[in-house]
Design a binder for this molecule. Structure first.
Ligand code: IVH
Length: 672
């Protein structure tokens, strides 16, 4: 074949694969095939240097590192946005617009997620990417063309026809959360500094003089507007601009919506705020823009921000505050967790006065000291954490944090295994902190499910020295329960009834309730199915244990260790003597296990039945239910608001079914 035609075909094919992969999230060929075509093209271009063109996919990488960035002047200034934080401000924004226009008309707005990344300006001439620059001071930025070319989602050549001869396309380069985690994992492995957030990671990756480093980072882009455009009349509305961008192959955020008034904008804001935790990228608010470009022009600008657009920010997720002290909390397994006591600060919509410091390695890595000013982060429902120290504000007397030599609760010795990042109190159930947590676990919903026996009551029962182990719970009398704070005769009777009812349980629940380290609900279930009675499990040796699904060397050791402890055996005997019992587990038959060998993953919110219930039913039918999607997954059940797992399943070509389909499937075998 003619080399010229062959090269052209390869380029077209590679560009098409890029488009499927980066724009549609729908790769159609394996990576190996893509790489093969890419190498073939590269070789042909080497053999025919005269056929090389600037927009060939091979030209994305391989440029020599720069000494420094050149300056690049934008054809039209890159402005910033004013911020607002609540609905009242939004009403005021709208009123200012109407006042300025001196007419009372309905105004349409485009609502867009505010991407938390780095603004860039992409200049296309005759459809080809000419230069790319950072925002800089708004008038002039840094020329980062080489780095931008490594971002596969950005077309080197615009698709379609009819693009303006010269156009600046504006957008936000960002790192999806998965890519961010990967960079930081690598940094940890190499002992280099981690990035504090995806925005910093994007900025750090984009401002590399050596574009081969940028190429390794999973950067991508959403475009959201234009700057200079040689064709002044190519769109009447902002929504039309976005449609053009899409038709040229530029990524545009799929969440963007046109709303007919500010109430619609408010709903958009609330909806996207709720959805935020499931999005695969970081956003820090919503950008609201007047849709009609004529109105935009009439409204114009103040200082460096347009009057026709605004940022409606989410409550800040990071704030600065003072680290007043560090205390160590003792968890169920005895782990001592350092907890920061902070000067209270408003962050992520709530007041935070405690934050986790994870463990001593983290403290060392972040070099946190008492007296430091620290950055606290609270994202969604996760536990607030100390992200980093503001070193400029460190006082001379900042105090090093040290692990106590004794348990702060029971004064027993603490121990840190060489292979572990955590230090533990060695006292087991003798330590009141561990005992409280063990009892809470024992009574919890997925364990023996003692309804009405709340955390506060358990804590009192331990403080009053009424219970030393879970079996003692069954010996506490009505009077003793009733004598506790916030308890009356009626609630005490409820606790007694719930304890009585909890005696009728199942072997998986019982095993889970014992709180053996790393034996979660699924492992407990697998152990129960495998051994079918408690004695067989207690007599199992290492080899017998690792034969069980999901049980590895570490879990097997934990189980052996647990049952070797006379104290634990004694508690089990006492529980059985108190009347705790469970039905015999029948050997599974093929009919009772119709889903044997099938792997399920559940994600999103389910309305007919909860996720736990669905999981239990699937396991009951022999299926395996795991937490993450892999190529071994047979079905992903996607409920409402399914997020990254759904995306992954689609990427891997895993079969996705919705909740109705699951209910149908289950109803063939069991009542749902
Ligand atoms: S429009 C004149 N739309 O926010 C208006 N900006 O605070 C220019 N940003 O520098 C910006 N997502 O880096 C616009 N959908 C979006 C955005 C967005 C993120 C960033 C951008 C800009 C900053 C302004």
């Amino acid at each position: 074949m003619d080399a010229k035609i062959h090269i052209e075909q390869l380029r077209q094919q590679i560009n098409e694969f890029n488009r499927q992969y980066y724009l549609e999230d729908n790769p159609t060929v394996p990576d190996a095939e893509y790489d093969r075509l890419f190498r073939e093209l590269k070789q042909l271009e080497e053999e025919h240097p005269d056929l090389l063109v600037a927009d060939s996919p091979t030209q994305r990488v391989g440029a020599a590192p720069l000494e420094k960035f050149q300056q690049s002047k934008h054809l039209q200034a890159m402005l910033s946005l004013d911020n607002l934080f609540n609905f009242q401000d939004l009403q005021a924004f709208c009123k200012r617009i109407l006042d300025r226009l001196k007419q009372d008309i309905a105004i349409e707005f485009v609502c867009e997620p505010k991407m938390d990344g780095i603004a860039v300006n992409l200049l296309y001439e005759n459809g080809l990417l000419k230069t790319a620059a950072t925002r800089g001071d708004g008038a002039t930025g840094e020329d980062i063309t080489q780095n931008i070319k490594t971002i596969q989602a950005i077309p080197l050549k615009l698709q379609g026809k009819n693009h303006p001869q010269r156009i600046e396309i504006r957008g936000e380069v960002y790192i999806p959360l998965a890519g961010f985690d990967a960079i930081n994992k690598q940094a940890r492995e190499h002992g280099t500094k981690e990035f504090a957030n995806p925005r910093n990671a994007a900025a750090g990756s984009l401002r590399q003089l050596d574009s081969s480093i940028t190429a390794q980072r999973k950067l991508t882009i959403f475009t959201y507007g234009i700057g200079f455009c040689s064709d002044e009349n190519f769109a009447q509305t902002h929504a039309q601009i976005l449609d053009h961008l899409k038709s040229w192959g530029m990524p545009v955020c799929p969440e963007i919506k046109v709303e007919s008034d500010i109430n619609g904008c408010e709903t958009f804001y609330q909806n996207i705020l709720n959805k935020r935790a499931t999005l695969p990228y970081e956003i820090d608010g919503v950008v609201i823009k007047v849709n009609d470009l004529k109105l935009q022009q009439q409204l114009g600008f103040v200082a460096r921000a347009p009057r026709f657009a605004t940022a409606y920010k989410f409550p800040a997720q990071e704030e600065m505050t003072l680290l007043e002290d560090v205390e160590f909390q003792v968890g169920r397994t005895g782990a001592l967790t350092p907890v920061a006591r902070l000067q209270p600060v408003h962050v992520g919509g709530v007041t935070v006065s405690n934050a986790t410091l994870h463990n001593m390695d983290e403290i060392e890595r972040k070099d946190v000291r008492i007296g430091d000013t620290v950055i606290v982060r609270r994202a969604g429902d996760v536990i607030p954490e100390v992200v980093s120290v503001v070193m400029q504000k460190r006082p001379p007397n900042a105090k090093q944090i040290t692990m106590p030599a004794q348990c702060p609760v029971c004064q027993s010795e603490v121990f840190r295994a060489e292979s572990e990042a955590v230090t533990r109190c060695t006292a087991g159930l003798y330590c009141k902190a561990q005992r409280k947590e063990a009892l809470k676990h024992f009574a919890s919903r997925k364990a023996l499910d003692v309804d009405g026996l709340g955390d506060k009551i358990i804590e009192q029962a331990v403080d009053l020295d009424l219970v030393h182990d879970p079996a003692d719970l069954y010996a506490v009398t009505l009077q003793q329960w009733a004598g506790m704070d916030r308890m009356a005769e009626k609630s005490a009777q409820n606790v007694l009834d719930a304890l009585q009812a909890s005696k009728e349980t199942t072997l998986p629940r019982f095993l889970f309730s014992l709180g053996i380290r790393e034996v979660g609900e699924t492992t407990a279930h697998n152990l129960a199915q495998h051994f079918r009675n408690l004695d067989a499990l207690m007599q199992a040796d290492h080899d017998a244990l690792i034969a069980v699904d999901d049980v590895g060397v570490v879990v097997a050791e934990n189980i052996l260790h647990f049952f070797a402890e006379p104290h634990n055996r004694n508690v089990i005997d006492k529980l059985i003597a108190q009347g705790v019992h469970w039905p015999v587990i029948e050997a599974p038959s093929a009919e009772s296990q119709p889903l044997a060998g099938k792997n399920f993953v559940l994600t999103g919110t389910m309305s007919t039945m909860g996720r736990d219930e669905a999981k239990a039913k699937l396991i009951g039918l022999g299926a395996k239910v795991s937490g993450s999607v892999s190529k071994n997954t047979d079905y992903l059940v996607a409920g409402e608001k399914a997020g990254s797992k759904l995306k992954k399943a689609q990427e891997l070509g895993v079969k996705v079914i919705d909740e109705d389909a699951l209910v149908n499937l289950l109803s063939v075998y069991v009542s749902v």
